[in-house]
Write a protein of this length. Structure first.
Length: 370
């Protein structure tokens, strides 16, 4: 592959600099604004490596999503409200998937960004689209804070480009159910998800193979770096190598990190970065998406550091003063002030989180290879 500094592209849009979701929601904080500002303060983001995400049009959205759902969502967005029937049928305008200004445009821009990322990957770029990763979206409804399913469109874009073997790896703390189900009958796409067991959406059991083209690795609370390394070397990489992918799509949610309020996993960001690095070595066509992440400090630092690695930057031992000031100014109703780790405010890289490789994790590795 070419030099990552010249090869990597950050796909984004200024619409994500504005906070969405409103109050009393786990995503009611400026994830993308903080991430992009961190990268700019580090000198890692500029006009040469930034690609503006377009908004997907109706014709594109209805390649996967039902036309009546897309129409109902667009209408509800314009009105700023959804009646009881729309909430029940399409699950929009709810506490889980609220309506807020420009929500349709934001969701459609995520789809456009993932398709653009796929096209960049086909040209040999390493595409990073952190606003993507909405892996729960269903053809006929919103689900799990996801109005559309942009990873599906990244995969469709690669298929359109002639790829016949695409490996989808989901490292989010929650099962990548929407993507798995979308391609359950397509032998060109292999989906794999590592996620916390007995966590919403309560799917992705170890014996769930979606007809053969999927593997699921549910892991216990406290899942650590050593256990992730073990699963990567003993299960994920062997499965990926056997599939011989021509292209890779990775959803790298930050919600599996220690300190995230919506999971009970205990990974460090360096452990997660290592897993992504191992995966992108398997093919020269890679799309890396964001996903979940509900702790503003761990999420922004995780994705900023990941972008630094993907674009070949040197990781700073300590963040510049302006970046520390940015992080100190963040707030989150889901994270108590006394639980804010001092390292979250001064550096990108977490301390490593090694630990025991428990029997349950070893059993999962053997089961998915059987």
């Amino acid at each position: 592959m070419s030099n990552p500094i010249n090869n990597a592209r950050f796909v984004g849009n200024d619409i994500y600099r504005v906070s969405g979701f409103g109050n009393n929601h786990p995503l009611a904080f400026p994830r993308m604004a903080t991430l992009m500002s961190l990268c700019e303060l580090l000198g890692w983001l500029d006009e040469h490596n930034f690609a503006v995400s377009p908004e997907a049009d109706i014709d594109l959205l209805t390649r996967f999503h039902d036309a009546d759902y897309v129409s109902a969502f667009k209408t509800a967005d314009a009105r700023g409200q959804a009646d009881q029937e729309l909430r029940k049928r399409y699950r929009i305008g709810t506490m889980e998937n609220p309506l807020f200004p420009d929500v349709f445009q934001r969701a459609a821009t995520a789809v456009g960004g993932s398709l653009l990322a796929a096209r960049l990957a086909l040209k040999g770029h390493l595409a990073f689209h952190p606003s993507g990763g909405t892996h729960h979206g269903r053809p006929d409804r919103a689900s799990g804070f996801c109005y559309f399913n942009d990873p599906v469109f990244a995969i469709l874009g690669l298929l359109d480009g002639g790829m016949e073997r695409i490996f989808y790896a989901d490292l989010d703390a929650h099962h990548g159910d929407g993507v798995q189900d979308a391609f359950a009958t397509d032998p060109r796409v292999f989906t794999l998800s590592i996620h916390e067991e007995r966590r919403w959406p309560h799917s992705g059991a170890v014996d769930d193979r979606a007809g053969g083209a999927a593997r699921n690795l549910p892991v216990p609370k406290g899942f650590n770096d050593s256990e992730l390394d073990f699963l990567m070397s003993r299960a994920v990489l062997p499965l990926a190598q056997a599939f011989e992918p021509q292209a890779m799509v990775i959803t790298c949610g930050a919600d599996g990190l220690a300190g995230d309020p919506l999971s009970r996993l205990a990974l460090s960001n360096v452990g997660l970065w290592r897993a992504v690095q191992q995966l992108i070595q398997l093919t020269g066509r890679n799309v890396v998406l964001g996903g979940g992440g509900y702790n503003p400090w761990t999420t922004a630092r995780c994705w900023a550091g990941l972008w630094g690695i993907l674009s070949g930057r040197e990781m700073p031992g300590q963040l510049p003063t302006e970046a520390q000031t940015l992080l100190r100014g963040l707030e989150c109703d889901l994270v108590d002030e006394e639980d804010v780790d001092p390292c979250w405010l001064i550096q990108l890289a977490d301390p490593a989180a090694p630990g025991e490789i428990r029997d349950q994790v070893q059993v999962v590795a053997r089961a998915v290879l059987h």
